[in-house]
Design a protein. Structure first.
Length: 150
């Protein structure tokens, strides 16, 4: 039987996958809004808001709660371990970037409901999509390889 920490880690991974799915899809939909017709733009706006409530918020909540549980409860060495774990400091910093991106996407998804096609520019959303892809490579490498171990 798996330990409770293994279950928490499994749900952490599921939460991150759902969160990422919501952010990637929202960035794509909001970027597509810029060059859409009025009818398409209305659909993109509706779907972007839906991604907020079925992807970003639930995934973010599960990922942060399970991540905090793992951070503070799952390691028998206690908090002292993390004072020396530079990889965790880097990971937490990058997760804060992801939270900032989530907030930006949420604000944009709410704004786009009243926007006309072309009011939003596609460039920031394309950049966000690229940054998300890069962070999707870096964060798991930090978590598995654990560089900067003190």
């Amino acid at each position: 039987m798996a330990s409770w920490g293994t279950w928490v880690l499994a749900f952490h991974i599921v939460g991150v996958v759902i969160w990422y799915m919501g952010m990637m899809r929202s960035a794509t939909l909001l970027g597509s809004h810029a060059s859409a017709t009025a009818a398409e733009a209305a659909v993109y706006a509706k779907l972007a808001r839906k991604m907020l409530f079925v992807g970003i918020i639930p995934g973010l909540t599960v990922a942060l709660l399970t991540g905090a549980t793992l951070l503070f409860a799952a390691y028998p060495e206690g908090f002292g371990y993390f004072k020396k774990a530079g990889w965790m400091h880097a990971k937490i910093m990058l997760v804060l970037v992801l939270i900032g991106i989530s907030i930006f996407l949420a604000v944009s998804a709410n704004k786009v409901a009243d926007a006309k096609p072309g009011d939003l520019k596609a460039t920031p959303f394309k950049a966000i999509h690229g940054v998300l892809g890069l962070l999707l490579l870096i964060i798991p490498i930090l978590a598995v390889v654990k560089p900067f171990q003190g």
